[in-house]
Design a protein around this ligand. Structure first.
Ligand code: GLU
Length: 467
């Protein structure tokens, strides 16, 4: 039974053992985009059954990351720990149906079976001691020992699926052990919980990292034993770092929320992450709506994608340029405060307009804004001697006098500068650099007329008077 004709239901099923990393975010994005494209349902399921490694902070980090990226689930978050009764119920049913059995072998015995298999040059596996078969007499149940529950995995034939990303994949059933589905204390194991939830949540398409390929035949065989529909699977290759190695901390930030702190816009992240393993012709820049419109599994790449920080910056710069000035002004306000600056010291909309065409991140935008919102830098004595020469000071004095009488617009300031260049026979840098030094304490700023306009007439005159 396949599930192609059912309404699409996808899920993102992270284990909350750390932050939401880039690979996880991309998986979530693909599952989300797939559901959106087909008018389906996107579900968030937190796989928190590994009590030693799962933390509430990690759950929160996942929720924060998803919400920052705007990947809102239609259903969930559901927590596997809240489904324990259901897993136990299915285990009991399978025992009843004969698709699972009690196994009393100790772990030492199982290890010995594996050793033996290894010594014989065969695949290490459980030897089936407690597997019931017609006509087989099982050993006497040892006293005082609780059993595990094993799935009675098919031993003949093969289990395969047509992977939405990788194409046909087949595993010989002899390769699949009789998987433990419930431990001695009755707790269900990882693959089993995934199966029961995918079934109960009526998941039609599973998109996940290709580190799960080996779990898929096990999950399919259990689903079949349960007479449950088998979803379609798509296993996305991993993300590599710029050096071709598996993307890790040593390549920089791997937590999605670090990109928030570093000044990346969620829209840029979505656009960039989507292109890591999926394509729509040569399109590099597209909106969330276009992504949803275009997203199809046929263009998911079989080969690993490479993280390219330069390209991400380029994408982010594009989204900054496109962003609304008021939104950007608001976004940089806390960043200015974090730098000890005063966001109210300047009209941030004007500031944003001045820098948004050149900023690759909100952090760079905030750095730029500090020209107006931070303390005035004190230039080095060397710079002062070099640029505030007598000639320059004369021109600055004239500028200060005439500046008092003009309307404080960029155009009027520019006209005044031009007329002073003529009367003092100076070239642009010979006046612009001293002006920068005098009003901002640095020789490098964006266009001086724009900078002066934003600083405001009084501030400029005060600073000129102080040199
Ligand atoms: N919980 C698994 C993980 O975080 C994903 C399971 C799945 O997608 O089937 O890697």
């Amino acid at each position: 039974m396949t599930s192609t004709s059912l309404p699409v239901r996808t899920r993102f099923a992270p284990s909350p053992t750390g932050f939401l990393h880039l690979g996880g975010a991309r998986t979530a994005l693909f599952a989300w985009a797939y559901a959106r494209h087909f008018g389906g349902t996107f579900i968030l399921r937190i796989e928190d059954t590994d009590l030693e490694r799962s933390t509430p902070q990690a759950v929160q980090a996942i929720l924060d990351g998803m919400s920052w990226l705007g990947l809102t689930p239609d259903e969930g978050p559901f927590y596997q720990m809240q489904h324990m009764d259901r897993y136990r119920e299915v285990v009991a049913q399978m025992l009843k149906d004969g698709t699972a059995y009690h196994c009393y072998s100790t772990s030492a015995e199982v290890e010995a079976m594996r050793e033996l298999a290894r010594a014989n040059g065969t695949k290490p596996r459980y030897d089936g001691t407690w597997r019931p078969e017609p006509g087989k007499t099982l050993p006497a149940i040892p006293g005082g020992r609780s059993p595990v529950v094993r799935f009675k995995s098919p031993q003949d034939g093969a289990t395969g699926w047509v992977d939405m990303v990788k194409g046909p994949i087949t595993f010989d059933n002899t390769e699949l052990d009789d998987l433990v589905i419930a431990r001695q204390d009755g707790t269900p194991t990882y693959n089993f919980c995934v199966v029961v939830d995918d079934w109960d949540m009526r998941i039609t398409h599973v998109l996940r990292g290709d580190d799960h390929v080996n779990n898929t035949p096990r999950q399919i065989t259990i689903l079949r034993a349960l007479n449950a529909p088998v979803p379609q699977y798509g296993h996305v290759p991993m993300i590599l770092g710029p050096d071709g190695e598996k993307l890790s901390k040593r390549h920089g930030a791997v937590s999605v929320m670090e990109y928030d702190s570093d000044g990346y816009l969620p829209e840029a992240m979505i656009n960039y992450l989507a292109r890591l393993g999926w394509s729509h012709g040569d399109d590099e820049l597209f909106s969330r709506e276009q992504l949803v419109d275009w997203f199809d599994p046929d263009h998911l790449s079989k080969s690993a994608a490479q993280w390219d920080p330069k390209k991400l910056n380029w994408v982010n710069a594009h989204y900054i340029k496109q962003s609304d000035d008021a939104m950007l002004a608001q976004a940089i306000t806390p960043r200015i405060l974090a730098r000890g600056g005063h966001p109210q010291a300047a009209n941030l909309i004007q500031v944003v307009r001045l820098f948004k065409d050149r900023a690759e991140t909100l952090e760079q935008l905030a750095d730029g804004a500090m020209l107006f919102c931070g303390p005035v830098q004190t230039p080095s004595a060397e710079l002062v001697t070099q640029h505030l020469t007598e000639t320059a000071r004369n021109a600055l004095r004239d500028f200060a006098i005439q500046a008092q009488g003009i309307a404080w617009t960029r155009e009027a300031i520019s006209a005044l500068i031009k007329s002073l260049l003529a009367t003092h026979t100076l070239k642009m840098p010979q006046l612009a650099i001293p002006l920068r030094l005098a009003v901002a304490g640095t020789t490098q700023t964006p266009a001086i007329d724009a900078v002066l306009e934003i600083l405001g007439q009084q501030t400029v005159l005060d600073r000129l008077a102080a040199i």
